[in-house]
Design a protein around this ligand. Sequence first.
Ligand SMILES: Cc1ncc(COP(=O)(O)O)c(C=O)c1O
Length: 349
Amino acid sequence: MTPAEARALYPVLRTRAYLNAGTCGPLADATVQAMLRATVEDLESGRSGSQRLERYRSLQERIKARIGEAIQVDPAHVAITSSTTEGCNIALAALHIGPGDEVVTTDNEHPALTGPLAARGASVRVAEVLHHPTSEALDRILAQVTPRTRAIALSHVGWLNGQVLPVVEVKRATSLPVVVDGAQAGGAIAVEAAEIDFYTVSCQKWLCGPDGTGALYVRDPDSTPPVLAGHIPAQGEGIDRFQIVHHAIPVLEGWATALELHPEWRFEQAASLTATAREMLGRRFELATDGDPSTLVSFTVPGDPSAVRAKLEEQGVVARDLPGTSWIRISCGYWNDESDIERLVDALN
Ligand SMILES: Cc1ncc(COP(=O)(O)O)c(C=O)c1O
């Protein structure tokens, strides 16, 4: 597949400079067709029968295999979820994090992680990394660890500025249970998650799946019995017990299709376009990081960023503003090309 063929998979790119996979990735025509076909089948043939259960299982196996590839883990340790948020909730529950338990986190976390930490009553120690060079992040995180720390919970790629946090190094340095929010990493950059205790991804973002799709890798499912249970997976063992949600067959069909479309060169292409975007935007705007190897680029805009975002949208450029910052954030996928960045820069003029 050439880059031009890859771009053509995603119809939204015909009309828009779609630069917001960090919220939701573009949908491929093939993904939507698979969902439509399965929906009509449900309509005409009903939604039960033994064949349906087999189909459900085989679609899940296809999905787990591709997620395993994306984050370099054994698919037999991947549970299907509805979102990163769900993955964070399951992981913290599995670790029995409760009121007053000390958890180290950072100031570059999404509510998908801070919400579940608060809901469990964790006592958080927050490492300040957001406005500091990423080279300092490991020391800053380790400085928050005390003899009382029960777990470390943090993002792999920070949603605000694309900072890449040293999650594997944190695990190696502490040996504590580590929960990683990989929403902005899975499918965006090359990830090796095998050493991490719980690594969550979203599939509607960089993996271009339908809404409401995600996955959770569990390093050692048998030593950490989940405290939440779903009924179909509960019949299984090991990793299956971490699965609570039941997706509709049309969603699973679209999801498996989406994951099987990605070219092998996806990470290199996205990284190279991100470098181009940094270069082009850096000529006029202050960038939020020194160039972490992620696919998010945040930059300071004059005035109200939400007004800037709305203006961009009027011109067919899809980016996002970020609460509490003066930044606009763009997401560079392998499906984007330089013309999308040029359109963004023109629209900002
Ligand atoms: C770092 C991060 N974590 C979690 C989420 C939420 O993901 P999900 O909707 O899959 O729970 C997002 C974005 O929405 C994010 O940027």
